[in-house]
Design a binder for this molecule. Structure first.
Ligand code: C5P
Length: 233
């Protein structure tokens, strides 16, 4: 199923609610990240779920397997629809977290985070000390394989990486892609941007869009246009 996920990058629930007034009565797919979750706590997820929204809880868990497993238990009690884990946490961490989700019988999409897009190949080699012979793309593909082998349903990646991911991991491996900009809007701090229609053509399953909607003068209109362009309706 394809959908547009709105990145709710707001400092407080008050600000997030002000934004949501524009969408009265609509059921949305919202990405709640660390900023909003650490400020407002689990209550914000419960409230938005009660309003009928889907939630991607973007906390990028990364710790020893037992700790991530316990944290996952707490998070799935919130009935989130999507959560994610740093693939660099390793196979056991991913597998144990994923087992919690499977055993819950809840319909939650578990995603892996490959290499953060704020880290380029230079940082990857010089700071993170990943083998100089490996390219960023090699590492992303190898991380995606690890995620799949541990049972995860997909990864967060750039839409530009989707064809290679699908080719190697199968059409059903879910790709959630940020860095989306309609052709008319500015790219902000995103370096490699893709338009909604290009994301569709590249095969993205979900696009994550923040500022082109949240900072727009007419958020509802921006949301509708971007979604329509992505879904090709
Ligand atoms: O405002 P914008 O559309 O750039 O927001 C994109 C969202 O996706 C932000 O919440 C950002 O943190 C997130 N994200 C990203 N690149 C990644 C992973 C997550 O932009 N690789």
């Amino acid at each position: 199923m394809k959908d547009l996920i709105i990145a709710m990058d707001f400092p407080s629930k008050e600000k997030a609610d002000e934004f949501l007034i524009n969408f009265k009565g609509q059921k949305l797919f919202l990405k709640i990240g660390m900023e909003l979750f650490y400020k407002e706590g689990p209550q914000i997820v419960k409230e938005y779920k009660k309003l009928g929204h889907k939630i991607f809880l973007d906390l990028k868990l990364h710790d020893i397997p037992n700790t991530v497993k316990s944290a996952t238990k707490s998070l799935i009690d919130l009935d989130v629809d999507m959560i994610n884990f740093h693939i660099s946490g390793g196979f056991n961490m991913l597998k144990e977290a994923n087992e919690v989700i499977i055993n819950s019988n809840k319909n939650i999409i578990a995603l892996g985070v490959t290499m953060l897009t704020s880290n380029d190949e230079n940082i990857m080699h010089k700071e993170i000390k990943i083998d100089n012979n490996l390219s960023l793309n090699d590492v992303i593909l190898s991380y995606a394989n690890l995620a799949k082998n541990a049972g995860l349903q997909g990864i967060v990646c750039s839409a530009l990486e989707v064809p290679k991911i699908k080719e190697n991991l199968g059409e059903n491996f879910v790709t959630v892609t940020p860095g989306i900009r309609p052709k008319s809007s500015q790219s902000d701090d995103q370096k490699r941007v893709v338009s909604p229609s290009d994301a569709r053509n590249l095969g993205s399953d979900y696009i994550v869009v923040g500022r082109p909607i949240t900072k727009s003068e007419n958020s509802l209109d921006a949301y509708r246009k971007i979604k329509k362009e992505f879904l090709g309706e």
